[in-house]
Design a protein around this ligand. Structure first.
Ligand code: ADP
Length: 563
């Protein structure tokens, strides 16, 4: 019967743990593995860097558009300032071009081509510079030739452009380092269609280098153009190196915070600033470093989460295991208790019936039967008291009645009740109760019950050497009550567990002996309520010693009322 129940529990436990492993552990392990390998593949494929670069391409695209729009607006402004009516009149055109140049210092040259005649005007302040003068001459000649050759075709091209202008750009020779100039070519308003009328407006290289690009770059890096804008950006403008020419480009303009190092991503500008490129990078870091930092952070987070998950699973596993053990202990408890109730009841009934029938004639026999009835009823009430006490404790209703007590007298009285039974069972009782122990505030009934439980255990769990020792003495500020036996003993690993409710050791003698697994749980509760504790020293095969320690100062204040 017992082994069937055990098998049932074993199977049940196995099924539950298997379910836990299949339904929780395996998916969790798979999740952790997949996450780690996914992270690894992101790192190996440098996907974070690729994402950053894609984002940079986008930012550069938007930046070029913004830069172009600014130049288109300025071109429109120059176009708007031209009055076609005065263009044809001799002398008027020059005056008008000079005025436009005067009010727009960001222009370097203006060339007006009307049929076969070309007027070239430049910023008067700059013409003193020989290199600007040379530039003026070269422009005047170059554009006149170009316009007279291809003017018609150019006019057609310009009409097709949405911004109604085309741009001619490139490096120009001026004193000092790199100079870059772009020239907008457009048709002035109300120009006649009979012959090509074209205007070329060159943007001043110094203005582009010192004012226009620095302002644009500053605006572009401070505006939030990208989604990932945690890291501040830096940009630069540089002349596009010839194709296949990989050496470090000379910079034209750099934004603040560029520092040193190469651009992460570059973009060759088209249309307005053909010949220039835009470069972008992070201020003070690189996409590679960000990618690595991200990977390290992700590994850490994943690692910590995995540890938490594994910790949680271990806790869940342990608590399921504990619940299963508790359920088994409870089931054992029910069967043990019913068994324990049935036996004394059956004996009491049997002996009472025999006495009732009047078949027993000798007084000794009668006395023996009465004793058995008393003993069995005592066993019954002790068991019922244990159960009742335990259920009160579990429900939090147990109350203690602490009174000044002579403990030695209490122990002696309690032992007296059991003395006969102890001796009957062939036990040698050694009683050592110190004298002169001060009176202590205890709950008499509870301490007696604790002692009875310990004595009963000593009787139950002794096989060959039947010895019971009860010692009472004072140690410092504590009162010690020891109950020792030379019985089966308790293995070390089970010594802490025996105080848990329903727990019974795996010893065969314990399994063949009736018990509820509540006695020691009660003893511990009682000593706790008195502000003391209970300890066990035991060697398997040699015996056990249980020691109750109670403070002479009495129970803690709280325990005086309710425990
Ligand atoms: P019960 O005796 O009803 O099983 P207890 O709570 O009193 O419950 O004891 C719990 C377990 O501790 C016992 O089942 C037994 O395995 C072990 N135990 C208690 N006292 C002793 C002892 N004196 N010697 C050996 N084992 C003991």
């Amino acid at each position: 019967m017992k082994s069937k129940r055990r098998r049932f529990w074993r199977d049940n436990r196995f099924r539950l743990l298997l379910t836990l492993e299949l339904a929780v552990m395996l998916p969790a392990a798979a999740l952790i593995y997949l996450n780690f390998s996914h992270l690894h593949s992101i790192m190996r494929g440098k996907k974070v860097e690729a994402l950053i670069h894609r984002d940079f391409q986008y930012v550069l695209g938007v930046s070029e558009k913004r830069i172009n729009q600014e130049i288109y607006a300025k071109t429109d402004d120059v176009r708007g300032a031209l009055n076609a009516a005065s263009i044809g009149k001799p002398g008027d055109a020059e005056k008008q071009l000079d005025e436009i140049l005067f009010t727009r210092p960001w222009l370097a040259h203006l060339i007006l081509f009307d049929g076969d005649k070309a007027i070239t005007r430049s910023q008067p302040s700059c013409l003193n510079d020989s290199s600007v003068h040379e530039e003026h001459e070269a422009m005047a000649k170059g554009y006149r030739e170009w316009f007279s050759l291809e003017g018609k075709m150019l006019a057609e091209q310009i009409r097709k452009k949405p911004q109604h202008a085309i741009f001619n750009s490139g490096l120009t020779k001026r004193n000092g380092p790199e100079s870059f100039m772009t020239t907008a070519i457009f048709i002035p308003p109300n120009a006649s269609d009979d012959h090509p009328v074209l205007v070329a407006a060159s943007f001043e290289p110094d203005y582009l280098k010192e004012t226009f690009f620095p302002r644009m770059l500053h605006e572009l890096i401070t505006q939030k153009l990208s989604e990932d804008d945690d890291e501040p950006l830096a940009m630069m403008v540089f002349p596009t190196p010839p194709e296949g020419f990989m050496s470090d480009p000379k910079t034209l303009v750099v934004s603040p915070g560029w520092g040193s190092g190469k651009a992460e991503v570059t973009r060759n500008l088209d249309n307005v600033f053909r010949g220039l490129s835009l470069g972008i990078k992070f201020q003070g870091t690189t996409a590679d470093a960000i990618g690595r930092r991200w990977a390290v952070q992700s590994f850490w987070i994943l690692g910590v989460l995995s540890v938490l998950m594994i910790g949680g699973l271990i806790l869940a596993y342990r608590s399921v295991n504990r619940e299963l053990s508790l359920a088994r202990l409870k089931s054992d408890f029910v069967s043990n208790v019913s068994h324990e109730l049935r036996t004394p009841l059956a004996l009491i009934r049997l002996y009472a019936e025999t006495l009732e029938l009047g078949r027993i004639t000798t007084t000794e026999k009668k006395d023996e039967y009465y004793r058995i009835i008393r003993k069995e009823s005592e066993r019954l009430s002790s068991l019922i008291n244990n159960i009742l006490d335990f259920s009160r404790i579990e429900a939090g209703h147990k109350e203690y009645d602490f009174r000044e007590t002579d403990i030695a007298e209490l122990v002696r009285n309690t032992l007296d009740t059991y003395r006969y039974q102890i001796e009957q069972q062939g036990f040698a009782l050694e009683e050592n109760l110190a004298t002169g122990i001060p009176r202590v505030r205890v709950d008499r009934e509870a301490i007696a019950r604790a002692l009875v439980n310990l004595v009963n255990n000593a009787l139950k769990y002794s096989a060959n050497e039947k010895f019971l020792g009860v010692t009472l003495y004072r140690q410092d500020e504590d009162l010690k009550l020891e109950v020792s036996d030379r019985g089966i003993g308790i293995p070390r690993r089970e010594q802490a567990k025996i105080f848990e409710k329903f727990y019974r050791t795996g010893d065969p003698l314990v399994h063949n002996t009736k018990g509820s697994g509540l006695g020691l749980a009660l003893v511990r509760h009682i000593t706790d309520a008195h502000g003391g504790d209970v300890q066990v020293e035991s060697t398997p095969g040699k015996g056990s010693k249980f020691t109750l320690s109670l403070p002479l100062s009495g129970p803690p204040q709280l325990a005086n009322e309710t425990a």
